[in-house]
Design a protein around this ligand. Structure first.
Ligand SMILES: Nc1ncnc2c1ncn2[C@@H]1O[C@H](COP(=O)(O)OP(=O)(O)OP(=O)(O)O)[C@@H](O)[C@H]1O
Length: 761
């Protein structure tokens, strides 16, 4: 205990600088605690104060530390600085704590006894596979080779007349889309829940569906693991598993637990069961009946990664419930970020969406019923709950997407004229919307000195080496259906050719690329794709190969710093192949770059670039989490995107009215939830249709939470709109063609919100 009077009174002052709800955190004195906070509640602020208080009170030092865990490196750097500042104010040395990302922490533990971890970390490389990764593609090929009967059942789908072209098309869909996606989803979902391939295979025995989806999934997972091992590769979950293996050994567990006084976890709604297990062990002790010194802070209403990563907010909700029964749940409801009317609008969304769900269990509702409240008078946050700009919340219904941009442009000009030091953002659901807005608003920069900054542009840098590689592989071997399909995908993603079923084109490259008089004429969209491909092939004949990469960059219509990135890439490849220059050598060099995932684009590296004054940032709703702006525009709020309809790609509808990967995800979640609550009691695995329905519900709930995150980014003005006419789907929208816009329905919460605001204000 501290007996220094001065320090005690400083700590008291520090505690009092926190708001009511935040103080619970500062009073933490060991044991488990859950903190459920609303957007803008000051989670990282109060976490850093509570950390400093815990370090001071318990006189922590380098051999007995507090561990703070966050999910991104920038969050880690941020909170580290904050804790240091607090300790400095308390005249204490900057020690007694470490801030880690979860994976950084796992790596440290695994490194502490490599032979226990089962990994030689000096030899392995870390990869982050996606469905296109070569490991996953190879796993799929191996599985197909070893499981002809199961593969045949998939090929036949719900009906099949044996026609050859259709069989080839289905093969292409299964090999390049369905099975890679299934592998990717299952590996991540099962592994991060602590399920090994054999356990999954065992569990899949009680599933009763015709394909045996979980059994296929377990087989794919097995192949994946084998390939990763044989090539000395590990993924992020392997790091956590390795750390857990070290901690299973009692002397090592004791050693670590003695070093760790407690663990504070931020963004706890994004945790997976495996991650939760790791921090609970670290924060615990081997004494019976003692609970771990574990504080978990999160906001279940901001869980926006649960449908494409294994993060699942239900675990944090359960943790909160558990703490509530032990009286150790704290809620932080006050937030000073936004004007009151914006807070009201966000709270309305929470209740309205939950009301639509009928009677589901509270933890299965899209939102935790936790309302945001304005701060008290005299709050320490400067300009807390600022005066709104105009009415504070504006909802409009423009004629079409073009008029939407026009209105945003006019509003931005007026706002920046009056407040040049403020900032603004347009939040979009997908990058294509962002690209459209950036093009249409480019005039703001030239004519009004308002910088328009589109974030997805810089995100695209990391895709450039992969895109160029696919085109090079195609021009090297154009008759390979896989190469052709991969190249067509790139062209389609870049909106250079119309969206269509590429499997049909890629199954017979010869017919597609060089139709004879005997082949039926191509449809216009196929012909357009063919012309693009033939131009690429011609370039191979006509250009010296060191010019090919820059040429491909132009063909893909890269702009500005994307082109600079391509130039840099081209130079690096040419340097690597000096003395043996050929197309093959370029491909090999590029393959190495893509596999190593270590090529950095040409871009600024600073998070502040998202929120510069006088700037309008175009950013996806996902990426906007954790940030805020004076003015926030959220256009294109249409029902087909928000909450969205269940959508099964046409190409894979022969398998039934669901996607295999989503069914498998929902089945694995059902298993893990069951194990979590009911332990070893017999398990019923949902059938594909029920699992798919559950997946759809989860997806729609997440879309609403995404809207909530987006709305709560606004400080003074929240501008939302749903145009009457919009593209059928943004993925097929092309500005250059006179594409038809269609009648669109607004996201259902918008009319309800308009009614609410009208009555309330
Ligand atoms: N007690 C306080 N005294 C002074 N400032 C505070 C206090 N609590 C919060 N703040 C300020 O409120 C702002 C919002 O805090 P922060 O960004 O940490 O919120 P958050 O909970 O992480 O929000 P979100 O989850 O929506 O991203 C910060 O500028 C922070 O400094």
């Amino acid at each position: 205990m501290i007996n220094d009077q001065w320090l005690e009174s400083e700590l008291e002052l520090l505690r009092n600088s926190l708001r009511r709800g935040q103080q619970g955190l500062a009073h933490w004195n060991g044991g488990e605690m859950a903190v459920s906070a609303v957007p803008g509640a000051g989670k990282s602020h109060s976490l850093s104060v509570a950390a400093a208080i815990a370090i001071a009170r318990n006189q922590l030092h380098s051999r007995r530390q507090l561990i703070v865990v966050t999910y991104t490196r920038s969050a880690a750097a941020n909170i580290k600085l904050k804790i240091r500042d607090r300790l400095k104010d308390l005249k204490l040395p900057p020690g007694g704590f470490v801030v880690h990302t979860l994976h950084g922490l796992a790596l440290n533990i695994a490194n502490s006894r490599q032979e226990l971890a089962g990994l030689n970390l000096d030899n392995v490389s870390i990869v982050v596979p996606n469905a296109e990764h070569r490991i996953i593609r190879t796993a799929v090929e191996q599985w197909i080779g070893d499981h002809p009967v199961e593969y045949q059942t998939l090929l036949e789908g719900i009906q099949f007349d044996g026609e050859e072209t259709e069989r080839l098309r289905r093969q292409s869909v299964l090999r390049t889309e369905v099975l890679p996606q299934l592998t990717n989803t299952v590996v991540r979902e099962a592994k991060s829940s602590g399920l090994l391939p054999d356990e999954l295979a065992q569990l899949s025995q009680s599933a009763r569906d015709e394909y045996g989806i979980l059994n296929i999934a377990a087989g794919l997972y097995q192949e994946y693991q084998r390939l990763m091992r044989s090539q000395d590769l590990i993924d992020y979950d392997d790091m956590i598993l390795a750390a857990l293996k070290v901690l299973e050994y009692p002397p090592m567990r004791l050693l670590w637990q003695n070093q760790v006084y407690g663990v504070f976890e931020d963004e706890a709604q994004d945790s997976s069961p495996l991650q939760e297990k790791l921090i609970s062990i670290l924060a615990g002790s081997d004494e019976v009946n003692s609970s771990p010194n574990l504080v978990r802070v999160g906001d279940p209403n901001q869980a926006i990664n649960s449908t494409f990563t294994p993060a699942d907010p239900i675990y944090f909700k359960w943790f909160c419930q558990n703490c509530q029964t032990k009286n150790s749940l704290t809620t932080m409801n006050q937030a000073g970020r936004s004007s009151e009317i914006i807070i009201d609008a966000a709270n309305f969304v929470v209740s309205w969406v939950n009301q639509q769900q009928g009677d589901r269990n509270p933890e299965q509702l899209p939102f935790r019923e936790q309302k945001i409240v304005t701060v008290d008078r005299g709050d320490p946050q400067p300009d807390a709950n600022p005066q709104p700009e105009g009415s504070g919340v504006m909802i409009t219904n423009p004629d079409d997407v073009y008029q939407t941009v026009k209105l945003i442009g006019e509003k931005a000009i007026a706002l920046f004229k009056e407040h040049p030091d403020h900032n603004a953002a347009i939040l979009v659901r997908e990058n294509r919307q962002g690209r459209f807005l950036a093009q249409e608003l480019a005039y703001l920069n030239k004519e009004h000195d308002i910088k328009v900054y589109e974030i997805s542009e810089s995100e695209r840098y990391s895709q450039i080496p992969g895109e160029i590689l696919k085109l090079l592989q195609f021009i090297d071997r154009p008759h390979s259906p896989d190469n052709l399909k991969a190249a067509l995908e790139v062209l389609q993603q870049r909106s250079l050719i119309p969206t269509q079923d590429l499997n049909a084109l890629a199954t017979s490259p010869e017919q597609f690329l060089y139709p004879t008089v005997l082949t039926p004429p191509h449809k216009p969209q196929v012909e357009e794709a063919r012309r693009y491909c033939c131009n690429l092939l011609r370039a191979r004949m006509e250009l010296p190969h060191y010019q090919i990469i820059p040429f491909l960059g132009m063909t893909l219509k890269y702009t500005g710093s994307e082109l600079a990135t391509v130039q840099k890439l081209s130079e690096r490849v040419n340097q690597q192949i000096i003395g043996q220059s050929s197309l093959k050598a370029s491909i090999n060099a590029l393959e190495e770059i893509v596999t190593a995932e270590n090529f950095e684009g040409v871009e600024e590296d600073n998070e502040d670039r998202y929120t510069r004054p006088g700037q309008i940032t175009i950013i996806t709703m996902h990426k906007a989490k954790g940030l805020d702006w004076d003015y926030v525009f959220i256009p294109f709020l249409h029902q087909d995107i928000l909450p969205g309809q269940p959508w099964i790609p046409k190409a894979s509808q022969f398998l039934g009215n669901f996607t295999l990967s989503e069914v498998a995800r929902a089945q694995i979640r059902a298993i893990v939830h069951h194990q979590y609550i009911l332990g070893d009691r017999p398990q019923v695995i949902p059938l594909p249709n029920a699992a798919w329905e559950e997946a759809v519900k989860l997806k729609q709930a997440e879309e609403y939470r995404l809207l909530y995150v987006a709305m709560t980014r606004a400080k003074r003005l929240l501008w939302m709109s749903a145009a009457q006419l919009g593209p059928f789907r943004w993925s097929v929208f092309r500005q250059d063609s006179a594409s038809n816009l269609q009648q669109k329905k607004p996201c259902p919460v918008l009319p309800a919100l308009i009614g609410y605001l009208r009555n309330e204000y």
